[in-house]
Design a binder for this molecule. Sequence first.
Ligand code: COA
Length: 698
Amino acid sequence: MSEAIGYELIGDIAVLSAQNPPVNALGLDVRQGLVDGMARAEADGAKAVLIYGEGRTYFAGADIREFGRPPTEPLLPNVCTRIESSPLIVVSALHGTALGGGLEIALGSHYRIAVPSARVGLPEVLIGVMPGAGGSQRLPRLIGVDASVDIITSGRQVGAKEALELGILDRVEDGAPRDIGLAYARELIDSGAERRPISEMRAPKAVDFDALYDVVFKKSRGMIAPATAVRGIQASCELPFVQGMYRERELFMELMASDQRQGMIHAFFSERAVGKLPELKGIKPRDLNAIGVIGGGTMGAGIATAALLSGLSVVMLEMSAEAAEAAKGRIEGNLGGALKRGKLSQAQFEDLTTKALTLSTNYEALSDVDLVIEAVFEDMEVKKKVFTQLDAVCKPGAVLASNTSYLDINEIAACTNRPEDVIGLHFFSPAHVMKLLEVVVADATAPDVVATGFMLGARMRKISVRAGVCDGFIGNRILSTYRTCADHMILDGASPYQIDKALTDFGFAMGPFAVADLAGLDIGWSVRKRKRAEGLDPRARDSSYADKLCEDGHFGQKTGKGYYIYDAGKRAGVPNPDVMPMIASERLVKGITAREFTDEEIVRRYMAAMVNEAAKVVGEGIARRPLDVDVTLLYGYGFPRYRGGPLKWADMVGLPALLADIKTWAEEDDYFWQPAPLLEQLVAEGRTFDDLNKEAAQ
Ligand code: COA
């Protein structure tokens, strides 16, 4: 018998306990153990079988690591059928997260009981597939089409209370899963309860599935799994159970073979791998209870909000009492959002804003905090002044962090007597909402300071990525390159609107010009001015049409006008008619004859620019692994998750073809299109970015 499933006979109840930490994923051993356990229970003359999970959860799903490999018997759908068709009464007792294949095992059982904290769900669409072990056939028979469509196409987790109301669970009770399961099984036997196979229940009532398919497809923004799952649910209404299972399998295998499945699973494992760095193994972070935030503008107030919500006390330092009050107002506004959504009680709101938050205009107030983050104006001299003062007042061992988005942390660290305590913590605005945190490690940063940065990210429930020092770190450096590529395409004939549309069709949450309007056109303008002041390479193509917008006082959404015009109260804008003439006149000055771009070429060039710069970022060690770039773009830049990230996308389209494109385009502009040495090396060796991820994990 497999060790992944324990077996015990308690009177006339056979107990099968999952023992496959950490999450009792349904790998081969577990599936075999369940099949063997059922046979043994029947041979032992038991009347009922109880299935539950040891450790933190019932089965949390199929073993995702097996996806993409040839399936090995016993397959999960057959395990569920084996359980369901047993002549014994089968009870599942749920705790933790009964997800995906886990819930499918529970649905194969005849009765389901759970602890109040348990959650159930069919999150397969979130990893690019759909339920493949009867979930799309059994759940609709149990709770109807509408509720099943909601649960399956959203992949959301359903709490025990709601699951009970929906009829997914039969009972919810406090206690250890084994104890409540045994008591329930006993009661069922004693009351003469019958087996209750869902497959024998009546088919649910059909709806207009073609219309539903269209709605779900549209809502999924390019993701194919949710709409495909609708076809599976349709089969539960229209086909006998066994044929429905075949149809489900067919659809499931289609998705399993898709690039989207590969992309989503890459994203799943990458976001978990991103914080696992060899340099942090065994390193204890420093204590973290109170932090200081310098500067209470949008960014500083967002950081303070995130810190307060994660249980830290915050000293907010501003230049004047009025500025400090304004910062407090912003923080209260942010927390008010959480209050409105019910994430915070009124009492908690009061505590956070009156007790956990302190305002000050005096650096001395920072003498006792464990970590300080400055979010002041992006100017090296200003930052240096701040850090000199911090060096003078902060206690020994305090972490001194800068939220700069591109300045040299080494230079900032050098103006203190404790460069080992200095680090970059680059938040994304709004900082209490955006999930990404770049932890920027300077030359002298101590490992336990890096560990503390990651711990802060984890406490704030952010995805933290390690980055090295360079202009723009991982994300903004790559952004600057693909934005430049977009500007080149505009000079050559594309419009900002065609580019935005081509990229949202590709799956980006927003196109680059809509993003620029949202972030504020003044940001790009100041970067361009800085770069010009530093001296542009004479071979670089510069473009100035966007400067004209800024010179006229149009900074995007905040002024109501940028590439788009925004009517009050509306988030989406309409194209600004002044923009195309500005572009046309720049083309005229530069002697460029506009040419047509296809959407495909736009995407190809934009993505190649992104991948090429990303390969430089990895090659130079700014990002430790390709997956660090992927996660950065997924969480900070609206990259479509179902494509896995730019470097996973590159692997899937093929590195040789991408490099060939870059070399072709280099014939017209060999300054911009300089192939990344790492890309050339991988192509020469016939390897992929993911090979580098795998090597790093060993
Ligand atoms: N298959 C294989 N490994 C899995 C897994 C699965 N279905 N679910 C989780 N794991 C692994 C994680 O990769 C992680 O491994 P690591 O420690 O080596 O990084 C470990 O289990 C713990 O998972 P983690 O996500 O860090 O823990 P958590 O407590 O935050 O969340 C879950 C637990 C189960 C909610 C979450 O992991 C999850 O959503 N898993 C996917 C569930 C799913 O999609 N099931 C459907 C598949 S059919």
